[in-house]
Design a binder for this molecule. Structure first.
Ligand code: 2U9
Length: 363
């Protein structure tokens, strides 16, 4: 028969043991002795079955409330011990923060070359006062083509070039953006000039082959205000390419070209030396096509409500995968998307290797 005195005595015994526990292990031993499967209180609760109804009437609630009080006291003591243990560690442990981080301890993965290059480029343009805009991968015909002065019949609108979704009820078709230019249109629509930003991102074209993948990455840039001219474009491109390829300076050759969204339009080559399959940017007597650019077409400005008599500016577009391959000597584009850990370990970057202009982009 379990009488209240026993329970009070038992409670006092366990509360003393809990208060006297000086580390978590001995506290756990008290918990097991009291509330464990074979604990004293648990055994008593099992004996409830063998009691008479009115005995159970008193013993049941008494045991339950004892169990709750012990559980609370155990939890409170556990928190105190944990707190004390931490203080002791903080007081005793000395962490030499100047020590290099143990490689294996932190480095689960590697930063993909595309992510590293993207961070490098964002750092370079941020240093030139460029903001960073993003937009949806799934676009409308308007933002991907019409607003960028693509005539209805432009071949780029064809299936062989663009991934279209099934037509909607109203016959319009959504698509996977073929360039990040729609982001510039959206950003200009929702903002006020002057504009100066870059917009990197995934782009899609259904013309994949040995050197083209259906999904790839672009980075485009735009400057719109009342005074910016082509001289500024050339300077920005020279500054960007020299910083990106980490050379003193670069020499550019700008060849006339055509894009519906720029007038005049240019393809830009950078002077380089080809040594076997290595390419050295900024030296040599060879040229490498590196990007496209131009002065923003007046129709594109009008499409976002800007008066081309007042506003002007330039835009450029660069294949991100391609310049990553160029800078880090990566031979094959498709490997970018195969998530082969051996490839990532070889071409990837340490997570701690965050590119900054001050600290050197690829230290
Ligand atoms: C607006 C106005 C103008 C963006 C531009 C290019 C030239 C270009 C290619 C580079 C490599 C695509 O990935 S790639 O094949 N892009 O050559 N892009 S001018 O012009 C714009 C964009 C938006 C509102």
């Amino acid at each position: 028969m379990t009488d209240i005195q026993d329970l009070t005595k038992l409670e006092a015994e366990f509360m003393t043991a809990i208060a006297d526990a000086v580390e978590e292990a001995s506290l756990e031993a008290v918990r097991v002795a009291a509330l464990g499967k074979k604990g004293r209180v648990s055994e008593m609760m099992k004996s409830l079955g063998g009691m008479s109804a009115d005995e159970r009437q008193t013993a049941g609630p008494a045991l339950n409330s004892l169990k709750n009080r012990l559980t609370e006291a155990l939890a409170a003591r556990k928190a105190v011990l944990a707190e004390t243990a931490l203080e002791v560690r903080l007081a005793t442990e000395k962490v030499d923060v100047t020590l290099p981080v143990r490689e294996s301890a932190t480095e689960a993965g590697r930063i993909h070359p595309l992510s590293q290059v993207l961070d490098e480029i964002i750092a370079i343009f941020a240093d030139m006062g460029f903001a960073y805009e993003q937009g949806p991968d799934i676009e409308s015909d308007h933002y991907n083509f019409t607003a960028l002065n693509f005539p209805e019949s432009h071949p780029a609108r064809e299936m062989h070039d663009t991934f279209y979704f099934e037509p909607k009820a109203d016959g319009s078709r959504l698509l996977l953006r073929t360039h990040t230019s729609p982001v510039q249109v959206r950003t200009m629509e929702k903002g006020k000039p002057p504009f100066r930003f870059i917009c990197p991102g995934r782009t899609y074209r259904s013309d994949s082959d040995q050197t083209h993948t259906p999904q790839f990455h672009q980075i485009e840039g735009l400057v719109i205000d009342e005074t910016t001219h082509m001289g500024h474009l050339k300077w920005v491109l020279e500054e960007f390419l020299a910083a990106f390829f980490e050379v003193e300076g670069v020499e550019l050759r700008m060849r006339p070209s055509f894009f519906p969204f720029t007038e005049p339009s240019m393809e830009v080559d950078v002077r380089c030396a080809r040594l076997g399959n290595e390419i050295r940017i900024g030296e040599g007597d060879d040229w490498l096509e590196i990007l496209g650019c131009g002065m923003v077409h007046p129709n594109v400005l009008k499409a976002v409500g800007l008066d081309p008599e007042i506003y002007q500016g330039f835009a450029f577009g660069i294949g991100l995968d391609r310049i990553a391959m160029l800078k880090y000597g990566i031979p094959d584009l498709r490997a970018f998307f195969e998530s082969d850990l051996r490839w990532l370990r070889h071409y990837g970057f340490s997570a701690l290797d965050v590119p900054t202009l001050a600290g050197g982009l690829s230290s």
